[in-house]
Design a protein around this ligand. Structure first.
Ligand code: HEM
Length: 226
């Protein structure tokens, strides 16, 4: 095990952990967005609440949840370590980035974007996950007897400050993914010149679809309740 922890804490190992956990989190976002889109079905939340009930009671999903939390934790810890190290090795911020057009704003600000996402995650998990799991009685139940998470979602997006906070976080997510998706393939050494354009385009399409989806839901519910 010694060589493994040594490798995981080496700079190559750290990059590898960031890439694998980052791509894993990208797959989680697809499942999460698909679930959230169910709030748009005009059935008073029946399908969404049934889906949320299934997700919180299925043992396979519960196990995957532990994997997901571990993935987030590793990604966040390694991300913060990389951020501090990068700052230490580059104490003076570059004054001009224009000389290297391939260096995007997102790639230079992954730490800042990640930190914004971390703040959002703490609020978001506290709001929806902790309440629905630990104090479900506060949310009440729907006609099927399931915890009425749908009503909580719709109610949350009746608030302008909350909706704006959510929208800002999703914009940060979009920038994080814009650079992150292709960067992960680079870190894993999977960027063969033949496949590079395909990876870059897949990353861009993925980022636009995921970000647009996560932006649409809060805006839809906010404007529906004006
Ligand atoms: C759903 C949430 C998230 C997703 C899908 C995601 C995804 C990714 C991906 C794919 C990468 C590229 C990895 C690489 O370059 O090999 C990355 C990098 C990074 N992420 Fe995240 N991330 C998320 C949340 C966060 C959070 C909460 C933080 C908090 C600190 C964070 C901090 C970072 C940092 C600092 C990097 C750049 C590491 C480097 O310099 O190589 N991420 N992320």
């Amino acid at each position: 095990m010694g060589w493994m922890s040594q490798w995981l804490f080496s700079s190559v190992g750290r990059k590898w952990v960031m890439a694998v956990t980052g791509l894993f989190l990208c797959t989680f976002l697809v499942v999460h967005l698909s679930g959230n889109l169910l709030t748009l079905i005009p059935d008073e939340g029946k399908t969404f609440n049934a889906f949320a009930h299934f997700m919180s009671h299925n043992w396979i999903i519960r196990f995957l949840e532990v994997v997901l939390f571990s993935g987030f934790l590793l990604h966040i810890i390694q991300g913060l370590v990389l951020m501090v190290r990068n700052r230490k090795s580059r104490p003076v911020r570059y004054a001009v980035h224009a000389a290297a057009p391939s260096v995007s704003w997102s790639s230079l600000n992954m730490g800042l974007l990640g930190t914004l996402l971390l703040v959002f995650l703490v609020v978001h998990v506290g709001d929806f996950f902790v309440e629905s799991r630990f104090t479900p009685e506060k949310l009440g139940t729907d006609a099927q007897g399931y915890v009425n998470l749908y009503a909580e979602v719709v109610h949350s997006f009746s608030s302008l400050p909350y909706t704006l906070f959510y929208v800002l976080a999703m914009v940060a997510l979009g920038f994080h993914l814009w650079h992150g998706f292709q960067s992960a393939f680079r870190s894993l050494g999977l960027m063969h010149s033949r496949y590079t354009p395909a990876v870059i385009w897949t990353g861009k399409v993925y980022t636009v679809v995921i970000t647009a989806g996560f932006l649409f839901i809060p805006l839809y519910w906010y404007f529906m309740q004006l």
